[in-house]
Ligand binder design. Structure first.
Ligand SMILES: Cc1cc2nc3c(=O)[nH]c(=O)nc-3n(C[C@H](O)[C@H](O)[C@H](O)COP(=O)(O)OP(=O)(O)OC[C@H]3O[C@@H](n4cnc5c(N)ncnc54)[C@H](O)[C@@H]3O)c2cc1C
Length: 457
């Protein structure tokens, strides 16, 4: 079967652009999560939409599973081909097709990595703000509705996608949306595809909203004695109406990990913030208010106005945190939570989660894009300690349950993938899940697009 699929796909893209070599299928069998590896039969690198459409038509005719692949940096098993079949790696479809400079927009192919895209866009004084830290592809970010440090000001990927070209599970190619920033014409297919994790359609082109690079910015560090005080300050800052461009909470463990490789900060709970403005004066006025709020919440140190180098180093440390965490305990299993709640509930969630580390004697760290109410933990257990590994799952479930009780969600940005499916009914209710299944069956009656993800049946 593998040989047959390979031969058929090579006829579409050319022999050198599809492979079943062991090393290739191995690297496309697992993302950055701790979910089990599943090997695809064939990996293919198409060059254009027409080839994607032909590959999908072949898969539809032969009932073969198809999973899209950007950078494989997902954290919930989203890009693992659990039913084997074909993985479409969009690495060759990585071009900027047009910069619509006057409209602050860009049209790109899905395989471009957002950091490379932003480097090119900087020449136009523009950038795409969603910033997941890992060097993800635009296709993967659209499919997972990725977000990040700047979402508190600029929104998640979903808020910054205007139009898409999509290959449906039949192989038909459709266009959704338009370049108008206001759109009210019918069902919003663009934003149905965003966040659908490649289960409804494969994105072959995306038109994205951009923002002007800020004229002035200031990075701010506020240090606290307790995580609870820092979380209260998050609500204080957002509630005051000032608009940070980033507001990250890092507990003392997270700072300790960042200090191992990049920073040299006091190992205490910290808020790392950034403010963008048209003038230095407008930023300074905001900073005075933020300092007051942090002091009222118990901050013991407040530093604003870091220069560009220092600011870049702080963000380098923040973005390196994930990689550092994965590398520090190579002999351990890890679990990542990604819950999000309304901002007024963030201090409640942070206090609950922080208490749970002690109550369950769990080793790990608490951090997150706090300004969005988004909280992450990374917890560790030795691979051979079955009881402790079970505790990590219990810890994760309890944090998710608490977030949903607080009117929040089991995943703010990583998506459902494999790992979050068990919470879907609890979060959405039976009726909504049945409706999602109906949508999936309507798009993909043969269940060939990324089967086993988001909702399984
Ligand atoms: C250290 C680290 C930190 C991270 N921090 C964040 C963070 O702060 N915020 C955040 O949101 N995420 C974060 N992530 C997760 C990850 O980077 C994002 O989910 C990202 O969007 C995945 O993009 P990718 O290109 O790697 O996609 P992949 O993992 O390759 O694929 C993701 C999903 O998209 C599908 N897909 C890929 N291409 C297409 C396409 N063209 N059309 C349709 N479907 C497609 C795949 O099948 C899969 O379901 C982090 C990951 C790591 C490793």
């Amino acid at each position: 079967m593998r040989e047959e699929i390979l031969k058929a796909i090579q006829e579409i893209v050319g022999e050198e652009h599809a492979s079943s070599a062991e090393s290739i299928i191995h690297t496309h069998g697992k993302d950055q999560s701790d979910h089990e590896r599943h090997l695809p039969d064939v990996v293919v690198w198409p060059e254009n939409t027409e080839q994607v459409s032909q590959i999908v038509k072949y898969a539809a005719a032969h009932q073969v599973a198809i999973t899209g692949w950007g950078a494989g940096s997902s954290l919930e098993g989203n890009s693992i081909p659990v039913k084997g079949g074909i993985v479409i790696n969009f690495g060759r479809m990585n071009k900027i097709l047009k910069v619509h400079e006057g409209d602050f927009q860009v049209t790109v192919q899905p395989g471009i990595f957002y950091k490379d895209m932003n480097k090119s866009l900087a020449r136009h004084g523009l950038f795409f703000p969603p910033d997941p830290g890992a060097n993800a592809s635009i296709g993967g970010m659209v499919a997972n509705n990725a977000a990040g440090t700047r979402t508190v000001k600029y929104g998640a990927t979903r808020d910054n996608v205007l139009a898409l070209e999509v290959v449906l599970p039949s192989g038909e190619v459709i266009r959704t949306g338009s370049r108008s920033i206001k759109q009210s014409a019918g069902y919003d297919l663009t934003h149905l595809i965003v966040g659908s994790e490649g289960t409804l359609g494969l994105v072959t082109e995306a038109t994205l909203k951009l923002s002007p690079l800020p004229e002035h910015f200031s990075a701010v560090l506020a240090t606290f004695e307790t995580t609870e005080e820092a979380a209260n300050a998050v609500y204080g800052v957002i509630g005051s109406g000032v608009g940070p461009a980033a507001l990250e909470l890092l507990d003392s463990e997270a700072i300790r990990f960042m200090n191992m490789r990049v920073t040299d900060l006091p190992e205490k709970p910290t808020l790392l913030m950034e403010f963008h403005g048209a003038t230095a004066a407008s930023i300074n006025a905001e900073l005075e208010l933020v300092e007051e709020i942090c002091e009222e919440c118990g901050s013991v140190r407040f530093e604003a106005g870091a220069g560009r180098d220092e600011r870049d180093r702080l963000w380098e440390g923040r973005h390196a945190l994930g990689e550092i965490l994965f590398s520090v305990y190579p002999e351990s299993n890890y679990m990542i939570t990604d819950v999000s709640v309304p901002i007024s509930e963030f201090p409640v969630l942070a206090a609950y989660t922080n208490g749970l580390f002690d109550e369950m004697d769990i080793q790990g760290t608490l951090f997150g894009h706090a300004g969005d109410g988004n909280l992450h933990t990374t917890t560790f257990a030795p691979k051979d300690d079955a009881a402790k590994n079970a505790d990590l799952h219990e810890f994760n479930s309890r944090v998710v349950q608490k977030a949903i009780e607080l009117d929040g969600t089991c995943t703010g940005e990583h998506g459902v993938g494999i790992g979050k499916q068990k919470y879907m009914v609890y979060e959405h209710g039976e009726g909504a899940i049945e409706t999602m299944k109906t949508v999936k069956k309507m798009f993909d009656p043969n269940n060939i697009f990324n089967p086993g993800k988001v909702i399984s049946f």
